[in-house]
Write a protein that binds this ligand. Structure first.
Ligand code: ATP
Ligand code: SF4
Ligand code: MG
Length: 347
C-alpha cells in the first residue's frame, strides 16, 4: 500500500469551560479528543461515527488546523499542519476543504451562487481572469447537478439539497485532495439525502479524493466509507474495515451503535437495545474511570472500572476493549438486513 496522505498521531484537544457566576466561578476542562491516531490514504473514505459529544466535529476542525490541539500531530502529505507557519498553512488549505451540516447556514446569504463558488478562487488566485472564473463556476455547477441558469440566484432561492450541492461546488472549486464532510446530509430530507450521498461518492471516486465523512448513522457510513472509526467521549473505541466492523463489531460500543439503528421489528429492536448499552452518555466534565464505556457496557467486569484499555489489533482493525479476545459479538448481533451491498464503497 502507498504512504498515507494524512497521519494523525497522538491528537488530544481540550476545551476550557467557565461556568457559574462571579462568586462561584468554576473552570472546567473538557477532553474533547484523547490520543487519537489514524491514517488516511489517497482515494479512501474514513467514516467517523459516535454519539453527540464524542468529538467528531472537533476532530474535523483540528485535522484542518482550524482548532488548536493540546498535543499531537496532523501530518498532511509530509507536513505537520499544527506546527506550520500561518502563511504556509493558508496555501496548504487549498488542498483541504470542508462540507458542513447546515447547507443554508454555511452559505453567505448576500452572495449569489456564482459569487459563492467563485469566492475561494478570488481569494487564492487574485489574478485569475473573470472569464476563466466564470467558466470554472459554470463547470462546477454542472458537476454538482445545478443548472448554470441559476448562477445569479441567492441561497434562499434554493432548496436544502441544492444548497448542499452549492456547498459541494464551493468546496471542490480549488481542486482539493482532502474533503472533510461533517454530517453533510443530516439536515436534509431522507429522499434528498440519498441523492447527495450518491453525488459525494461519485465525485470522490472521479476526483480520487481522500475523504473524512462524519455521521451519527452507521448504516449511512457503511455506504460511503472504506474504513470506519468509532469515537466515544473523545477516544477511539474501534477502527476497522467497513464490512467487518459492521458485520462483526469487536467493541461493545460499536455493536450498541449498530443496534441503535431503527429496524421495523419492535420486539427485536427492544431486545437489541437491552443487549446494546444502558443509560445516557456520561458528562464530559466527569468522564468515567477505566474504560470510558464501562457504566453503560453490558459486558463490564471489575477490571473495566479501573484500567483504561488501549487500542489493540483485531481482525481487520483495532479495538479498545479488555475483553475483545473473549467476546464474540458477531454471534448474537442482530444487525439490520444488509441493504445496498451491491453499491457499497470500493477499497
Ligand atoms: P455532535 O454529534 O453533537 O455534533 P460531536 O461528536 O461533533 O457532537 P464535538 O462538537 O466535537 O462533538 O464536541 C466534543 C466535546 O467538546 C463535547 O463535550 C462538547 O460539549 C465539547 N465542545 C465542543 N466545542 C466546544 C467549545 N467551543 N467549547 C467548549 N466545549 C466544547
Ligand atoms: Fe465493556 Fe470492559 Fe470492553 Fe469497556 S473494556 S467495552 S467496559 S468489556
Ligand atoms: Mg458535531
Amino acid at each position: 500500500m502507498s504512504a498515507p496522505v494524512l497521519t494523525v498521531d497522538g491528537l488530544s484537544v481540550d476545551y476550557q469551560v467557565h461556568i457559574g457566576g462571579i462568586f462561584k466561578r468554576q473552570h472546567l476542562t473538557v477532553h474533547a479528543l484523547q490520543d487519537v491516531n489514524f491514517e488516511l490514504y489517497r482515494g479512501e473514505t474514513l467514516g467517523i461515527a459516535g454519539e453527540s459529544g464524542s468529538g467528531k466535529s472537533t476532530l474535523a476542525r483540528t485535522v484542518l488546523a482550524l482548532q488548536p490541539a493540546r498535543s499531537g500531530h496532523v501530518v498532511w502529505r509530509g507536513d505537520d499542519l499544527l506546527a506550520m507557519d500561518r502563511e504556509v498553512l493558508r496555501a496548504k488549505r487549498k488542498e483541504m476543504q470542508m462540507i458542513f451540516q447546515d447547507p443554508l447556514g454555511s452559505l453567505n446569504p448576500r452572495l449569489s451562487a456564482g459569487e459563492i463558488i467563485a469566492e475561494p478562487l478570488r481569494t487564492h488566485y487574485p489574478r485569475m481572469a473573470r472569464l476563466q472564473i466564470h467558466e470554472r463556476v459554470i463547470g462546477m455547477m454542472k458537476m454538482v447537478g445545478l443548472s448554470p441558469e441559476h448562477v445569479n440566484r441567492y441561497p434562499h432561492e434554493f432548496s436544502g439539497g441544492q444548497c448542499q450541492r452549492l456547498g459541494i461546488a464551493r468546496a471542490l472549486v480549488l481542486n482539493p485532495r482532502l474533503l472533510v464532510c461533517d454530517e453533510p446530509v443530516s439536515a436534509l430530507d431522507v429522499s434528498i439525502q440519498a441523492q447527495i450521498l450518491h453525488l459525494l461518492k461519485d465525485l470522490q471516486k472521479k476526483l480520487q479524493l481522500s475523504m473524512i465523512f462524519i455521521a451519527h448513522d452507521l448504516s449511512l457510513l457503511r455506504y460511503v466509507s472504506n474504513r470506519i472509526m468509532v469515537l466515544y467521549l473523545g477516544q477511539i473505541m474501534e477502527i476497522g474495515d467497513r464490512a467487518s466492523l459492521y458485520q462483526a463489531p469487536r467493541h461493545p460500543y460499536t455493536r450498541a451503535l449498530i443496534q441503535s439503528v431503527p429496524i421495523p421489528d419492535p420486539e427485536r429492536e427492544r431486545r437489541d437495545r437491552e443487549r446494546g448499552h444502558r443509560g445516557a452518555i456520561p458528562s464530559p466534565f466527569m468522564p468515567p474511570s477505566g474504560c470510558l464505556f464501562h457504566p453503560r457496557c453490558p459486558f463490564a467486569i471489575e477490571r473495566c472500572k479501573i484500567e483504561r484499555p488501549s487500542l489493540r489489533p483485531v481482525r481487520e482493525g483495532h479495538a479498545a476493549c479488555h475483553r475483545v479476545e473473549e467476546l464474540h459479538l458477531e454471534r448474537d448481533i442482530a444487525a439490520p438486513a444488509a441493504s445496498g451491498d451491491s453499491d457499497t464503497a470500493e477499497a
